[in-house]
Design a binder for this molecule. Structure first.
Ligand code: TTP
Ligand code: MG
Ligand code: MG
Length: 401
């Protein structure tokens, strides 16, 4: 008798890189959510999530053939550096994003380190975005290498989300010599899970009715929006999987997870009502630092500003943010707050310019009337927000330290 303990197949139709047209056609009959009003009334959309494979590392391998097939880490090799991206060859050794570089080098002695080239990654990001926009105006970027697309009513009348996902993957391969993975489903939550399922160079479709089963055995840390701390808290409540989460009453989720509770409650059932938001308005990007001891001397202030520039610029890069206004904020020892802003005609495009504007604002304020306990720097007036100058940021920015 054959064993009854069959390996559980994820309810996801994966396609290998060269998935044949025949299998696509068969999938399409079932995969798409249908553009009819009935489906939409139930919150069903046709959503694709695209995510580039080992993005920074793949771009480095593309641009330097000597790196192809080798374990590559993008990031500094020094003791204080971390790996930003690891090629799939490097991942076989356990090398991962955010790992200290020294640990990565221990795991994989032949690891080749390359410094990041953000300008190139940004340019590629713009190119993939242009490809997406050929199929739908409803494109919501999540980071440089990924985006949600709502193709419920695609611009080319293709009708099949799976077909569109394959066309996009093929175009990324042909036009950019890079690979992307795609998830196709009826909402954002499931599409994002799906794009991760058959990485690299994979496609996964989660059809209507399959979401609940897909989520049931899913480790909770794979839920988009549940960070490492959230996962820890879940674990302390005995919630390890989507199924565990689905078993919790909404009241308990509200008590422990506040405003995220409704999202989690639905996600545990494969439901997500969030629309794909094109050109999501970005908040200003910034950061601030509160000092252990108040400072007032010019050299100390400049040094602190340099440090803040480094950290905030990294955030700007990550958020792919654009802005024309730099705002310097300082809180004096007596807690009074002062902000100074300067705008430039075109978006600030490099760190040196960002730093120079911040320093000019600081120099204008020296000497300070009293020591400060906090300094912050923000890039605002983000493109896509119209021509209006936004007010200086009123909301508290995330603390840097
Ligand atoms: P990801 O899409 O998370 O990862 P990836 O594209 O490298 O690999 P995967 O095939 O699993 O999608 O991130 C995209 C890029 O963002 C990544 O190439 C480098 C950068 N990044 C960091 O700089 N730090 C990080 O901690 C992570 C996760 C990514
Ligand atoms: Mg990626
Ligand atoms: Mg990504």
């Amino acid at each position: 008798m054959p064993s009854q303990r069959a390996v559980r197949q994820p309810p996801c139709m994966g396609l290998a890189a060269n998935g044949g047209a025949a299998s696509l056609a068969i999938m399409d009959e079932h995969a798409d959510t249908g553009g009819d009003a009935d489906a939409e009334a139930h919150g069903l959309r046709k959503v694709i999530h695209i995510d580039m494979d080992a993005f920074f590392a793949s771009v480095e391998q593309r641009d330097d053939p000597a790196l192809r097939g080798l374990p590559v880490a993008v990031g500094g090799a020094s003791a204080r550096s971390v790996v930003a991206a690891a090629s799939y060859e490097a991942r076989k050794f356990g090398v991962r994003s955010a790992m200290p570089s020294t640990r990565a080098a221990r795991l994989c002695p032949d690891l080749v380190f390359r410094m990041p080239r953000f300008d190139v990654y940004r340019a590629v990001s713009g190119q993939i975005r242009q490809i997406f926009l050929d199929y739908t105006p409803l494109v919501e970027p999540l980071s440089l290498d990924e985006a949600y697309l709502d193709v419920t009513a695609d611009l080319r009348g293709i009708g099949s989300a799976t077909r569109i996902a394959e066309l996009i993957r093929q175009r990324i391969r042909d036009e950019l010599q890079l690979t992307a993975s795609a998830g196709v489903s009826y909402n954002k939550f499931l599409a994002k899970l799906a794009s991760d399922q058959n990485k690299p160079d994979g496609l996964c479709v989660i059809r209507p009715g399959e979401g609940g089963a897909f989520v049931r055995d899913l480790p909770i840390r794979r839920f988009h929006g549940v960070g490492p701390r959230g996962a820890e808290k879940m674990a302390s409540l005995g919630i390890e999987t989507g199924g565990d989460l689905a078993a919790q009453p909404i009241e308990l989720l509200r008590r422990h997870f506040g405003s995220q509770a409704d999202y989690l409650y639905r996600a545990a059932r494969g439901i997500d009502l969030r629309p794909v938001r094109p050109d999501r308005k970005r908040k200003s990007v910034g950061g601030e630092r509160t000092f252990q001891h108040d400072i007032s001397s010019g050299p100390a202030l400049r040094e602190v500003l340099d440090h803040i520039v480094e950290i905030v610029w990294a955030r700007i890069e990550r958020a792919q943010a654009r802005g024309r206004t730099v705002t310097l904020k300082m809180r004096y020892a007596d807690f009074s707050l002062v902000t100074r802003a300067r705008s430039v005609p075109a978006a600030v495009t490099d760190k040196a310019q960002f730093s120079a504007i911040g320093h000019a604002l600081l120099e204008d304020m020296l000497p300070l009337p009293q020591p400060i306990r906090l300094m912050g720097l923000t890039l605002g007036s983000l493109e896509g927000e119209g021509e209006e100058q936004p007010p200086p940021p009123a909301s508290p920015q995330l603390a840097l330290f």
